[in-house]
Design a protein around this ligand. Structure first.
Ligand SMILES: [Ca+2]
Ligand SMILES: [Ca+2]
Ligand SMILES: [Ca+2]
Ligand SMILES: [Ca+2]
Length: 312
């Protein structure tokens, strides 16, 4: 072997050795960075609900002040229930449009945080068309078609054909705003298809704290305020435990939420408890024994028998 060739091989080997060391070092650094990232950025705890609902409200107010819906179309064609609600931003060209902010109503909804503190949330809604029928309670079943979107306009759910929803099983913002709309009526066509008419149409604008909050789905990022455009076709009053009292009428403390009333403290809210006072006699059997349509109160103490464990 010539000296020149020998030197070439040695220098090649030393380059390879250096590269090897360099790659190892890089791999080591990469691992370190990776491990550090894991340490620093592990799963974050959910944000403070009180702070988040204020942030969401600011985003909602900004949206409502800078957007409008196609109210002109509805005024022009008042009997057209096929007409869809369209939201758009107010720009220089349409600066004469009335912002949603001047049209929406709102209600306050209380929730409890993890420390049992009451947190108040602002839920905005707009009844675009009044339905001809009754309004649901917050725990009734509703037959609705709807479209859900984010404040940036991205649609995450779109249901053209109505579907039954037990309002107990949907996000709180949806549950609390549907009672602000009313159902319509329907006719059955000769071919058996059903035509819905005169139904309520509305918009819901909710903070993430009444929506999906910190949950992440493919189409809804965490902490997203939500917009729903809803058609309320039908309402079905619910008696979840079939004890003869409508679920909404089992809201004993009258705060509008029947899910937080539990007379016998067995963990089942009255609306899901067929023996509300836990005295062994089902509510249905002691509600109205004399069938006069008024709940019985045998000892006249102001507490009806079905809520009075002393009377069985
Ligand atoms: Ca209640
Ligand atoms: Ca109970
Ligand atoms: Ca009950
Ligand atoms: Ca009783």
């Amino acid at each position: 072997m010539s000296l020149q060739k020998y030197r070439k091989i040695v220098s090649c080997e030393s380059i390879l050795f250096k590269m090897h060391k360099f790659l190892l070092l890089n791999l080591y650094l990469l691992l370190l960075v990776f491990i550090n990232c894991e340490d620093d950025e592990g799963p974050l705890p959910p944000r403070d609900v009180k702070i988040q609902t204020i942030e969401d409200d600011a985003a909602l107010v900004n949206y409502l002040q800078t957007h409008f819906y196609n109210y002109d179309d509805f005024a022009y064609d008042p009997n057209n229930y096929e007409l869809e609600i369209v939201l758009d931003s107010i720009t220089e060209e349409n600066s004469d449009k009335i912002p949603l902010w001047d049209q929406v109503s709102f209600k306050l909804v209380d929730t409890e945080d993890s420390d049992d503190n009451i947190v108040q949330h602002k839920l905005y809604y707009l009844e675009v068309k009044k339905g001809s029928g009754a309004s649901p309670s917050s725990v009734d079943s509703t037959f609705v078609s709807y479209k859900g979107s984010l404040l940036n306009g991205d649609i995450f759910d779109d249901r053209d054909y109505p579907i039954w929803f037990d309002l107990v099983n949907v996000v709180r913002g949806f549950r609390e705003s549907l009672p602000e709309l009313s159902e319509g009526d329907f006719t059955i066509n000769e071919d058996g298809t059903v035509k819905f008419d005169n139904y309520g149409k509305g918009l819901i604008f909710m903070p993430s704290t009444l929506g999906y909050y910190s949950s992440i789905s493919s189409s809804i990022p965490a902490y997203s305020p939500l917009i729903f455009s809803v058609n309320l076709h039908r309402v079905n009053q619910s008696d979840h435990d079939r004890d003869g009292i409508l679920s909404i009428n089992e809201d004993i403390n009258g705060d509008g939420n029947p899910l937080n009333d539990d007379t016998d403290g067995d963990g089942l809210p009255n609306m899901n408890d067929f023996d509300d006072d836990g005295d062994g006699v089902p509510t249905f059997d002691e509600l109205d024994r004399n069938v006069d349509g008024i709940p019985d109160d045998t000892d006249n103490n102001g507490t009806p028998d079905y809520l009075d464990a002393e009377i069985s």
